[in-house]
Design a protein around this ligand. Structure first.
Ligand code: ME8
Length: 644
């Protein structure tokens, strides 16, 4: 593939400016960056877009809480994202802000086109709205009559005049697109999920709001000034307005996107709404929508209130930016969730980077210095080590498709195989003995083999660790660019003769955690068996009091339809509002017999969903062959009284 012959457009989500950037944002952006660097190195005409999503009720509220105008607030946070990406050496070509004028004009043009086409009509929206997720929900989707099924927060009821997009009209066309394009949504399991959802039926989508005004106004031609656009319509359009849609049109030849990288949380918007909007605009659809999983810390969702949010800059400062980039892409299979742990990060640095890669370069520096004044030649490498070269090339051939299908962890795994070929070859052929035996040509050819393996690996690792790999290349007498990529990777060629440049070790060993850990979360109760093994079944009083037991008054109780065992209870624990607890006690208690009685409640259990309903605690009970009894205080106690 020659230079400039193909256009590649790569995007990240545009991030909300209601909060500062964290590891999740860095993860998406680093994956996109690696793809962009790779495709530029491969000679493809690449355009990489990122930016910030600045409108909507959530931003308006966040600004208000801080006594700022939404624009002031958006300016402040947007620049934090920009600064972080500069620090992370992100090679974006454009940073879009949805408050930019060209974007607003482009969105209005798109609205106008869909409106003129008859895909937008005016009606009334009545339903639930979650401000945190900026999402509408129907009665059937909502949990417990008011909670958001995605984030669990309380939703508000909205009834307002609204324009609707005829999403239902595109249901069949969307299904056809998913069916005909096996890889349109990656990983493939996510595509199946989306298909099931769409097959369940699509309702038209409310795309304007009247109850606040921090958003893009409707086009003048529609003449309805009290409406602003729904933030997701505004936001999704960034992928084309950034290319000049509706204004200069100057970069529209990059469209359609090669890949929209996103987190799994926003798949529905990208895999359903966005292609439907594009169909309405008569534009081609993206090649891939790739959804990665969720980063957690010690198994928990990160949140500011828990104080466990990972600040990517702090990690990069402590462990090295490029080490961190490598870790994020290598550690988690794309699409799966990943837990951030410093131990895992240290292991990757010490083992993969230090032992496998860094030491190999050090050994080569040592051996070539000792045997041949630092001179390295590929002259006889194929003569003695063709089998090793074949093995290396076989791994290399697998790489490119893995990258473009977002199997980045597998890409890196495969890339490490040649390093293992090199390390094994040193152990097997023992060049120090070859030298002793006078087999000098063979020994020097082995140095050639190692140098070539390091060079090829450096080129293919370049998208993930751009500066480190350039240092390796300099030491090996070449530069990483389109030419070296073509020669050493595509054409499977070998290095020109060179004198190695000694460089200090690239990955000094890390022995202890370099960042302060957040306070350890309360441990999950362990399975009885292993607790017995560790402690003989005995726990300390502190361990016992990790469980918060309280007296609760059951204020409401009802049967859970279609469930033989479950009752849905509202239990007053003396808090702002009663908790919902789903209890498996239907066989022994009728709902009526429970209301007004008390029970002992485990109050600090992690909320869980049972049959799609949130359960925020557990009732204590004892069960024997005569049935089950709830544990209750002998005399009524104030709701919320601690049990000790
Ligand atoms: O959703 N693990 O913006 P957002 C992994 N503005 N990735 C995570 C993550 C985590 N814990 N948390 C966030 C929005 N992300 C919209 C997007 S696009 C037209 C509009 C990443 O600031 C992940 O990429 O909430 C996720 O999709 C994105 O941040 C959500 O960022």
């Amino acid at each position: 593939m020659g230079k400039g012959c193909k256009k590649v457009y790569i995007t990240t989500p545009i991030y909300y400016v209601n909060d500062v950037p964290h590891i999740g944002h860095a993860y998406t952006t680093v994956i996109a960056d690696a793809l962009a660097i790779y495709s530029r190195m491969a000679g493809l005409d690449t355009f990489f877009l990122t930016g910030t999503d600045e409108h909507g009720q959530k931003i308006e509220q966040a600004a208000k809480q801080r006594g700022k105008t939404p624009q002031e607030y958006a300016d402040e946070i947007s620049s934090k994202f920009k600064n972080l990406w500069d620090y992370f050496d992100i090679t974006y070509d454009k940073f879009i802000r949805t408050t930019d004028d060209y974007h607003k004009i482009g969105v209005q043009k798109a609205f106008e086109k869909m409106y003129e086409k008859g895909d937008i009509y005016k009606g009334t929206y009545k339903g639930h709205y979650c401000i945190s997720c900026e999402t509408f929900f129907t009665d059937t989707q909502i949990v417990d009559g008011e909670l958001c099924p995605d984030c669990g927060k309380v939703t508000s009821i909205v009834e307002e005049e609204s324009y609707f997009f005829k999403l239902s009209k595109y249901q069949d066309k969307l299904l056809q697109w998913y069916k005909e394009n096996e890889k349109c949504i990656l990983p493939k399991t996510r595509r199946n999920e989306v298909m099931r959802f769409v097959e369940g039926g699509l309702e038209d989508l409310s795309i304007t709001r009247t109850s606040f005004d921090w958003g893009v106004k409707l086009p003048d031609s529609v003449n309805d000034p009290k409406h602003v656009m729904y933030v997701w319509l505004d936001a999704l359009m960034n992928y084309i307005t950034a290319l000049g849609y509706g204004t200069t049109e100057d970069k529209m030849d990059y469209w359609p996107a090669r890949v929209h990288l996103i987190g799994k949380d926003i798949l529905r918007f990208h895999a359903i709404y966005w292609p439907a909007f594009l169909m309405s605009l008569e534009l081609p659809l993206p090649k891939h929508i790739a959804a990665h999983g969720w980063w957690t810390r010690n198994g928990e969702k990160m949140s500011k209130s828990k104080g466990n949010v990972i600040n990517p800059k702090e990690v990069a400062d402590a462990y090295g930016l490029e080490n961190f980039r490598y870790f994020m892409l290598r550690e988690v299979p794309f699409g799966g969730d990943g837990d951030f742990s410093q131990k895992a990060l240290m292991d990757r640095i010490n083992s993969d980077l230090g032992n496998d890669l860094g030491n190999l370069l050090n050994r080569l520096i040592g051996m070539s210095g000792k045997y041949n004044e630092g001179k390295v030649s590929s002259k006889n490498t194929a003569k003695y080590y063709q089998a090793e070269l074949d093995e290396v090339n076989a791994s290399m051939e697998k790489l490119e498709p893995l990258l473009f299908e977002m199997q980045i962890h597998r890409y890196l795994e495969e890339l490490w195989k040649p390093l293992s070929v090199a390390n094994k070859a040193i152990d097997k052929y023992q060049p120090w003995n070859l030298m002793k035996e006078g087999k000098i040509e063979e020994a020097l050819a082995l140095n050639g083999l190692i140098a070539n393996i390091l060079a090829k690996v450096a080129i293919m690792l370049h998208p993930v660790m751009p500066k480190t790999t350039q240092k390796i290349a300099t030491s090996l007498g070449f530069e990483i660019n389109f030419e070296s990529y073509e020669k050493l990777f595509k054409e499977q060629g070998l290095l020109k003769d060179f004198t190695i440049e000694k460089i200090p070790p690239l990955f000094p060993r890390i022995e202890e955690k370099l960042l302060k850990e957040p306070e350890a979360p309360k441990p999950e109760p362990k399975a009885k068996e292993d607790k017995k093994e560790e402690t003989g079944g005995v726990i300390t009083i502190d361990q016992f009091f990790q469980t918060e037991l309280k007296i609760g008054t059951i204020v409401e109780a009802e049967e859970v339809p279609k469930s033989k065992k479950l009752l849905k209870l509202k239990v007053d624990l003396g808090e702002e509002k009663p908790r919902q607890i789903i209890a498996g006690i239907k066989e022994w208690y009728s709902p009526e017999s429970l209301v007004g009685t008390q029970a002992c409640v485990v109050a600090n259990l992690k909320p869980a969903k049972l049959m799609g309903m949130l359960s925020e605690g557990m009732l204590l009970a004892a069960k024997d062959e005569n049935g089950l009894s709830l544990l209750r205080p002998e005399n009524p106690k104030k709701a919320g009284t601690k049990v000790s």
